[in-house]
Design a protein around this ligand. Structure first.
Ligand code: UD1
Ligand code: CA
Length: 465
C-alpha cells in the first residue's frame, strides 16, 4: 500500500499560553509532533507531509526532518483548508491518512486498521465514545447504522448533540477521492471554516460507503489544548512505559514516581526507587540498583552497579560493580571503569576513573585520566582551568592522594605516587615516592589567646538583645 500521512499542525494552541508552538510541547520528553511523526514512520511510509503555520522555523528546527514535506498553511481556515494545502503532493493512488500533531498517543496499529478498512469503503473515520462528547463532531448515522455525515458541535441540533459517538479527526481515503472532495468544500457553517469533516457527507452523496473504526481508548485519540490535558497524557504515557519495564523484569518501588523521558533499556533484576528521572537514551545492565532521587541522562550503566540516592549522572559510561553516590554528580564524557567508587559530594567531569579506584568524598576531578587502584582523599581538587584554558591531570596506577590536595594541571602523578595531605602539586611526581608541599608545622609556646575587651562585649550584648 502506498501510504501517505498528512499531519495537521498549523493550529496556534492559544490555550497553552506559551511562546512555544503547541506541537513542540512534550510528552515523555519528546515533542508531541515527533510522537505523531514516529507513529506514522512506523507505518513504513516513504514520505509524509506536515501542515504547519505558527512558529514554522521553530517547529522545523526541533523536528527530525527525514522524509518530510513541510507545507505552510498561512491562515488557519479550517481542517479541510489545511489538508487542501498539501493537495499537490497527494498521488491519486496513495492511501492518505490524516493525523494531528497535537494528538500524540495515537498508535501505528490503529492507523493501519484505519487504512486497511478502505478495502470495504471509500472513506474511513476513526471514532470514539468519550464520557462527555461535548465539543466534538458527532457521527450521524441512519436507521441502518450507515454513516451519513459528521456535524460539528456548533452546527448541531439538540438531537445530534445527544449522539455519543464522535469524530477523532483521523481519516483515511484514496488520494484521488480526497482531492475531489477537498475541491468541493465550502465554508458555509457557523465558524466560516472549510471543514475536513464535510468530506464524509460528500462521499455519501456520491453513493460511497463511509465506515468507522472505533477506538476504545479515549486517551489514544485525545488532543492537547491546554497544559492540564498535556499532563493527563503525560501520566498515561508514563503508565505505559513503566508497565513495559515491570513486565520486562524491572522492580519499580512505586511506578507512579518514576519518569522516563526517552528510551530506557534495562536488564534483569534492576531496581529503581522513587523520584528518579531518566532522560534520553539510558541503558541499565543486570542487577543495577538506582536509589531514590536520581537524574540519569544519556548514560550506560553496567551490571551490578549501585547508584545511591540523589545522584545526577549525565552522558557517562559507568562500568560493572561500581558504587556511585549518594549526592554524586557525574558530568558528560566521564568513564568509570569496573569497581570504581565515587562517594558523596564528588563531581567528576570529562575524566576516566580506572578500575577499583576510589574518590570517596568532597572532591572535584575534571579533565583527568586516572589509573587503577587509585585512592583520592577527601577535598582533592584538580585545578584544570586557568581562567582561559583547560588542562589535563594524569594520575598513574596505585596512586594515593592525601586529603585537601590541589593538583594544578597540567600535571602527571607517576605510578605509585603518594601525595601528603594538604599539598599543592604543580610539578610532575616521580614513581613510588612520597611528594608533598607543606609549610613546616610550628608551635608558638606560651601564646595567649585573645580575650574580649569588656566595653565591646557589653555593646555586643546590647545589640544582640
Ligand atoms: C476537529 C473536527 C471535529 C473533531 C475534533 C477532534 C473538523 C471540522 N472538526 O474539530 O469533528 O471532533 O477535531 O479533536 O475537522 N488545524 C490546522 N489548520 C486549521 C485548523 C486546524 O492545522 O486551519 C489543526 C489544528 O492544529 C489541530 C487540528 O487541526 O491539530 C484540529 O483543529 P481544531 O480547530 O482543534 O478542530 P476542532 O474544531 O476541535
Ligand atoms: Ca479542538
Amino acid at each position: 500500500m502506498n501510504l501517505f500521512p498528512i499531519i495537521l499542525a498549523a493550529g496556534q494552541g492559544t490555550r497553552m499560553n506559551s511562546s512555544l508552538p503547541k506541537v513542540l510541547h512534550t510528552i515523555g520528553g519528546k515533542p508531541m509532533l515527533q510522537h505523531v511523526i514516529d507513529c506514522c514512520g512506523d507505518l513504513g511510509v516513504e514520505k509524509m507531509a506536515i501542515v504547519y503555520g505558527h512558529g514554522g522555523d521553530l517547529v522545523q528546527d526541533a523536528i527530525n526532518k527525514k522524509n518530510i514535506y513541510w507545507v505552510l498553511q498561512k491562515d488557519q481556515k479550517g481542517t479541510g483548508h489545511a489538508v487542501a494545502q498539501a493537495a499537490s503532493l497527494i498521488e491519486n493512488d496513495a492511501t492518505v491518512i490524516i493525523a494531528y500533531g497535537d494528538v500524540p498517543l495515537i498508535k501505528t496499529k490503529t492507523l493501519n486498521m484505519l487504512a486497511n478498512s478502505l478495502d470495504s469503503c471509500i472513506l474511513s473515520v476513526l471514532t470514539t465514545k468519550p464520557d462527555n462528547p461535548f465539543g466534538y463532531g458527532r457521527i450521524v448515522r441512519d436507521a441502518d447504522d450507515k454513516i451519513l455525515s459528521i456535524v460539528e458541535e456548533k452546527d448541531a441540533n439538540d438531537e445530534q448533540r445527544n449522539i455519543k459517538e464522535v469524530n477523532t479527526g483521523f481519516i483515511a481515503a484514496k488520494g484521488v477521492d480526497l482531492k475531489r472532495w477537498l475541491k468541493q468544500l465550502e465554508p458555509n457553517n457557523k465558524q466560516g471554516e472549510y471543514y475536513l469533516t464535510d468530506c464524509i457527507g460528500l462521499a455519501v452523496s456520491e453513493g460511497g460507503v463511509v465506515e468507522a473504526v472505533v477506538c476504545d481508548d479515549p486517551l489514544e485519540v485525545q488532543g492537547v489544548n491546554n497544559r492540564i490535558q498535556q499532563a493527563e497524557l503525560e501520566r498515561a504515557y508514563q503508565v505505559v512505559k513503566t508497565e513495559e519495564l515491570m513486565l520486562a523484569g524491572v522492580t519499580l518501588l512505586d511506578p507512579k514516581r518514576v519518569d522516563i523521558r526517552g528510551i530506557l533499556k534495562a536488564g534483569k533484576d534492576v531496581s529503581i526507587d522513587v523520584n528518579t528521572v531518566f532522560v534520553g537514551d539510558v541503558i541499565l545492565g543486570d542487577n543495577v540498583t538506582i536509589e531514590s532521587g536520581c537524574v540519569i541522562k544519556n548514560t550506560t550503566i553496567a551490571n551490578n552497579t549501585t547508584i545511591q540516592a540523589n545522584s545526577i549522572i549525565d552522558t557517562a559510561v559507568i562500568g560493572e560493580a561500581c558504587d556511585v553516590g549518594p549526592f554524586a554528580r557525574i558530568r558528560p564524557e566521564t568513564v568509570l571503569k569496573a569497581k570504581a567508587k565515587i562517594g558523596n559530594f564528588v563531581e567528576i567531569k570529562k575524566s576516566t576513573v580506572g578500575q577499583g579506584s576510589k574518590v570517596s568524598h568532597l572532591t572535584y576531578i575534571g579533565d583527568t585520566q586516572m589509573g587503577v587502584d587509585v585512592n583520592i582523599g577527601a577535598g582533592t581538587i584538580t585545578c584544570n582551568y586557568d581562567g582561559a584554558n583547560k588542562f589535563k591531570t594524569i594520575i598513574g596506577d596505585n596512586v594515593f592522594v592525601g586529603s585537601d590536595t590541589q593538583l594544578v594541571a597540567p600535571v602527571t602523578l607517576a605510578n605509585g605516587t603518594v601525595i601528603g595531605a594538604g599539598s599543592t602539586i604543580t610539578k610532575d611526581t616521580p614513581e613510588n615516592e612520597l611528594t608533598l608541599s607543606r609549610s613546616k608545622q610550628v608551635t608558638i609556646k606560651g601564646w595567649n589567646r585573645p580575650t574580649k575587651n569588656k566595653k565591646t562585649a557589653n555593646n555586643n550584648n546590647k545589640e544582640n538583645s
